[in-house]
Design a protein around this ligand. Structure first.
Ligand code: PNW
Length: 511
């Protein structure tokens, strides 16, 4: 186990760390430079769809303030930045016969150049939930197999435009959320569900599984294109990332031990066709004919279509057999142990508590089961009631610091003690931002955003992470990145110069 003393062994030199965001959550400027609508644009405006009525119109204004965001990343000393491309900025109506928007391409091209100029590697997600509204209107979006062709076209346009400089691609962010939260629970766009209080149309028993299937096919055929047409010349890698939380039996009753595996089978196993060539048998048992099948030809494209194992993970669930919630494998989740104690510290959102051991166990499970190097592309914590605090209070985000202290120790242990090849870690998120159905109420940023002024303020957790990775990655010349206290309009406020290093920053902020 790791103590507060700096450990002797270090993470390998090529270990990648950085922060993650997604286009719709940060960009704003929705009607600028020819962007078409995504299906989150209008959805987020419908009363009742977001907790606080928030929408994506401005978000963190990052489309306009991108140089400032990149200066902030640089001040944090990251090696990489994970962001997503908005499909409807590249192809406003989305389809393979629709016009391409040069202005959208130009913007991302400039963005990528600015990252590289600052020594930051782009880690690009092609689809992080902002489907062009045009495709939803035209044929039902992910519900229709047409999407596989349109997605391939969009992906090819991106490889062509950016692949000379982008060496890490993610096709899809979290197929479980796309399919189940969008078409099953109906809490994310397009909000379809069998629950008629929520949505006038939708079928939660079939649509999520159809959507998930089309997401897998779209991913796989885009990877085929990358490998056949671009990989040799461009030399990058491509994969998919899913969300998976660790599952622990509630107690040692055999049915609860089984339940924990069922939870993993549905949450993580949904993408098993990509890694293992088939859905987990339990999914087939649970869903029967409602789970679509791949043709032999499709399966040949799907199987082996990820160069690495991309994983977003936040928490651990205690699992009890029972209930009829197929979306979590007909398993009940709780954070309350049989003795009444809590698994960990409660976050602002109900589904998240801190439990670092679960993270370490998950990484071991993934490596054992899938035998692929692991890229942790999201991991993070929303402090309870942070939105009601003053800025100064919010910057003292010690619950988030404790979360990351545990999670970084888990990564360290998984790599150096358990010998699991974890290659990257991207805490979510660089900034507080538009947290989907939670609006702006739930704050996941390591940087506080004052939405009234769009000023950014590093929280204690940012300083913790910066220091951790500055000290714990092998490097020929140890170098502490300069960190500014407040970054405003591309300048460091408070006259804070570069070069003070993390310790100077820690002193100046805690003073
Ligand atoms: C991920 N859940 O979403 C997304 O990739 C991010 O865009 C998002 O901001 C972040 O995690 C924090 O929520 C999730 O209900 C949304 O279990 C919901 C769940 C998990 C992940």
């Amino acid at each position: 186990m790791i103590t507060s003393e700096a450990p002797v062994a270090k993470l390998p030199k090529d270990f990648i760390w950085g922060f993650a965001t997604a286009s719709f959550q940060v960009e704003g400027s929705l009607d600028v430079d020819g962007r078409g609508k995504s299906f989150w644009d209008d959805f987020s405006h419908i009363p009742g769809k977001t907790l606080d009525g928030g929408n994506g119109d401005v978000a963190t204004d990052s489309y306009r303030l991108y140089k400032e965001d990149i200066a902030l990343l640089k001040s944090y000393g990251v090696k990489s930045y994970r962001f997503s491309i908005a499909w409807s900025r590249i192809i406003p109506l989305g389809g393979r016969n629709d016009p391409i928007n040069q202005k959208g391409i130009e913007w991302y091209s400039n963005f990528i150049d600015e990252l590289l100029k600052n020594g930051i590697q782009p880690f690009v997600t092609l689809y992080h939930w902002d489907l062009p509204q045009g495709l939803h209107d035209r044929y039902g979006g992910w519900l229709n197999k047409e999407i596989v062709l349109d997605y391939q076209h969009y992906a090819r346009v991106c490889f062509q435009a950016f692949g000379d400089r982008v060496k890490n691609w993610l096709t899809m962010n979290e197929p479980w959320c796309i399919s189940i939260l969008g078409y099953g629970r109906g809490v994310f766009a397009p909000g379809r569900s069998s629950d008629r209080n929520r949505s006038p149309e939708g079928d939660s028993s079939t649509e999520p599984w159809i959507v998930g299937h089309h997401v897998i096919l779209s991913h796989a055929y885009a990877v085929k294109i990358y490998r056949e047409e671009f990989k040799v010349a461009q030399g990058g890698q491509i994969g998919v990332t899913l969300n998976g939380d660790w599952a622990v039996p509630y107690d040692d009753k055999p049915e609860n031990i089984e339940a924990a595996q069922h939870a993993l089978d549905v949450a993580i196993g949904e993408l098993d066709p990509i890694y293992l060539g088939h859905y987990p048998p339990y999914m087939r048992t649970m869903l029967g004919d409602r789970l679509p099948t791949f043709s032999d030809e499709e399966l040949a494209v799907v199987k082996g279509s990820s160069d690495f194992y991309g994983m977003n993970t936040y928490t651990t669930n205690l699992c009890k057999a029972g209930g009829d919630d197929e979306f979590q494998g007909c398993v009940e989740y709780t954070f309350t142990r049989p003795d009444g104690t809590q698994l960990g510290t409660q976050a602002h959102c109900a589904w998240l508590q801190t439990y670092p051991q679960g993270f370490r166990d998950l990484m071991n499970y993934l490596w054992k089961r899938y035998q692929k190097p692991i890229y942790v592309t999201e991991n993070g914590f929303a402090v309870k009631d942070e939105h009601n605090m003053t800025i100064d209070q919010a910057l003292q985000d010690y619950d988030r610091v404790e979360y990351f202290r545990g999670m970084t120790a888990a990564i360290y242990g998984a790599i150096l003690e358990d010998e699991v090849p974890v290659r990257a870690y991207f805490p979510w998120s660089l900034l507080d931002n538009f947290e989907w159905a939670d609006g702006y109420e739930t704050r996941f940023g390591v940087t506080y955003v004052d939405y009234a002024t769009q000023k950014r303020y590093p929280k204690e957790s940012a300083k913790f992470l910066v220091k951790f990775f500055a000290e714990n990655i092998e490097s020929s010349e140890p170098k502490l990145p300069p960190v500014g206290q407040v970054i405003e309009n591309n300048k460091l406020a408070h006259g804070q110069g570069f070069g003070g290093g993390v310790s100077a920053l820690v002193e100046s902020v805690s003073a």
